[in-house]
Each structure stands twice: as C-alpha cells, then as structure tokens.
Design a protein around this ligand. Structure first.
Ligand SMILES: C[S@@+](CC[C@H](N)C(=O)[O-])C[C@H]1O[C@@H](n2cnc3c(N)ncnc32)[C@H](O)[C@@H]1O
Length: 343
C-alpha cells in the first residue's frame, strides 16, 4: 500500500478520499490472492490483482459487457506505477495479447468497448479487429487540460465499440439525449414536429450518435471525483452499460481504476467484476461502491434520459415534476454540487 501525506483541500472540494477507518473496513471486502484452481461460477466484486493472472482462472463465457480502459500508449504514472510510451507496434502487440487472454470470458453475444486517446486508437483498431467485429468508434469531447504551444490541444478521446457476433444487445431507447430544439418546426396545425414544448424550453429526445459532447470529466466539486489520474465519468460509462446490457447482465472491467464501471453497474442493477492492480485504487472503488448501494444518482442522467451540459436547472425541474416534489431534495442537492461550478 502506498501511504501519502494528505493533500490540503478547499472546504468545497468533494474529492473522495480514504481515512484509516475506511481502509480497515474496506480491505476485507477486496478479493485477493490468486485461487489455486479455476473459479467455477462468476464472482462479482473488486479483485486486487493483475488481470493477466486472473483472466486464466475466471469462468469462460459469462461476460455480457467487457469495458476496457487500459493504460494508454502514453508516459503515465498510476499511483507511482509508471507506464511508458511504446512504439505503435509494441503497444498493439500488448493489446492484442490482452484481448486474446480475455476473449474466452465473453458470451457469444457480448459487447466490448475499448477506450483510447487519438494515438492509442491506432493500435486499438488493429488489435480489436483481429478478435471482434468492430462496429463503431465513439469520439467524446474531453474538456480538460492545458493548450499545447506547438500543437492542437488534445480535446477528444475515442471508445471503440465491438461485438463478438452479429447477435448482441443494443438498447437505443435507453440512451437518448435530451437536446434543446434550435429550429422548432411545426405542422400546419401548429403542433410540434418531432419535439416537445415545455415551459422551460423546447426539447427533443434524440437517438445517440457516435459524437459525445455532453461528457464532463470528474473534477473537484463532484462527489464521484477521486485522485485517480484518468477517471472516467459515471455518465459516460452509464451510456455504455445501458445500451449494451440488460438488467442483471454481467459487466467485466479488468482495468478498474477508481471503480467507475462497478459503481455504474451497481446503480443500474447489473452485476460487475472489476480487477485493479493498485490497492489504493481498489479501496477507492470499494468506497464508491459502498455509497452506490444507497445513492443511485448519475450526473447528467435524469428521468431516463441523458442531458446536455449546462442543463442543471432543467434537470431539477424535470426531477421535481416526475417525483411530484417528494424525495427530490436529495437529488437536487447532489446535482447542485455536481454542476455548481462546471456543468
Ligand atoms: C486508464 S485507468 C482506468 C480508469 C477507470 N476507468 C476509472 O474510471 O477510474 C487504468 C487502470 O489500470 C490499472 N492497471 C494497469 N495494469 C493492470 C493490470 N495488469 N491488472 C489490473 N489493473 C491494471 C492501473 O493501475 C489503472 O488504475
């Protein structure tokens, strides 16, 4: 375990941290120690270990959704463990053998999502197309980081969507995006064409595209934020889980990090197994998972639709309406703190 001096944080900073008491309480919840024999039935929870070692021991053919967010082909440190940028060929080979080691865990109907920055993307397509049917590349706007002085600022990431076969789950109605209507065309009768009129503005629930501009990277005033350097947002993972799984399906994340996939799966009623090599991140994931038992809020996903950025007021009104005022205060407070200084 790495013990570090606690950072000084502003009172409004809601970044999730671990106390000694958290560590003592949550350590026993982690799955540790490689089993001597292959595991017969699927296990849920958080494994503290190496996904390469565990992949050989987990049951074949049980995973509905594989979410893969590996270290990118970059120089990066994860709690002191350094990953160095390799040649495209070397990274592609590493990814290829990782996919090879995980493939037998997947059901014939499984979906696979693989995250990448633009450079890593070159390898992902090559490696993924050797194992799976590559169906699409989602690009999402990553609004964070400094501008580059001698290059274009890097403001996007990719997620490659693949399936094992032609038979797979895609719940398009579950991942609609509520968008403001710019040109409110009407029928001759004056009735809205394909959009809805609301006193808070006109909107349309649109089918999702492969260009996502509604994602906010976790930051200090959001309760889902941790000190993990490459944490994905719950909203991003929720889109994938909702589109590509059904209730009680099995989600697997072998590079779990701060636990976003486990948390989202829990909130949406899916089973999940995650593997993470760093104990500190495992414990952060366990702490997030613990609160997901009672707090099902996912930022930007309200009333069964995803919302664009800067729509807090509208989300609150919608939440008030659907819950008839009761029980919405908790959600409202959470959303306020979530979006207060950013979204
Ligand atoms: C890109 S991050 C994942 C972030 C995660 N999606 C989240 O939302 O927090 C990759 C993670 O993989 C972990 N990792 C690297 N090699 C691993 C291995 N062989 N087995 C398990 N985890 C590993 C790193 O410690 C790091 O936390």
């Amino acid at each position: 375990m790495t013990t570090s001096i606690p950072k000084q944080r502003s009172p409004r900073n809601r970044t999730l941290t671990l106390s000694e008491e958290d560590r003592n309480r949550l350590s026993p919840t982690l799955i540790t120690g490689l089993p001597k024999r292959p595991v017969i039935s699927p296990r849920t929870g958080i494994i503290h270990g190496d996904c390469g070692d565990w992949a050989k021991l987990l049951p074949p053919g049980h995973v509905d959704l594989l979410f893969l967010d590996p270290p990118y082909n970059l120089d990066k440190s994860f709690n002191g463990k350094k990953f160095a940028r390799q040649s495209i060929e070397a990274y592609t080979d590493w990814l290829d053998s990782t996919l090879h080691s995980l493939k037998h865990l997947l059901k014939p109907t499984a979906s696979i999502y693989i995250c990448a920055d633009w450079f890593t993307s070159l390898s992902v397509f090559q490696a993924a197309s050797r194992h799976f049917i590559v169906r699409n590349r989602i690009t999402w706007e990553r609004e964070k980081g400094r501008g580059a002085k001698s290059n274009w600022k890097n403001s996007s990431e990719d997620i490659w969507f693949c399936t094992m076969s032609q038979e797979y789950t895609f719940n398009v109605e579950s991942v609609k995006l509520r968008r403001k209507v710019i040109a409110p065309y009407t029928h001759a009768t004056g009735e809205p064409k394909d959009w809805e009129r609301d006193k808070d503005g006109n909107f349309r629930d649109t089918h999702p595209s492969n260009l996502w501009t509604d994602i906010t990277i976790p930051f200090w005033s959001m309760p889902e934020n941790t000190d993990h350097p490459t944490q994905k947002s719950e909203k991003l993972v929720a889109k994938i889980v909702l589109a590509s799984t059904n209730s009680d399906d099995f989600v697997f994340d072998p590079f779990l990090g701060s636990g976003t996939t486990s948390v989202v799966s829990k909130k949406l009623g899916r089973r999940c197994l995650g593997i993470e090599i760093d104990e500190e991140y495992c414990l952060l994931a366990a702490k997030r998972l613990e609160s997901a038992i009672t707090n099902k809020t996912i930022q930007g996903f309200t009333d069964g639709v995803f919302w664009e950025r800067n729509t807090l007021a509208k989300q609150l009104t919608s939440q008030e309406k659907s819950s008839n005022g009761s029980g919405s205060r908790h959600v409202a407070q959470d959303l306020f703190s979530l979006e207060n200084s950013h979204e």
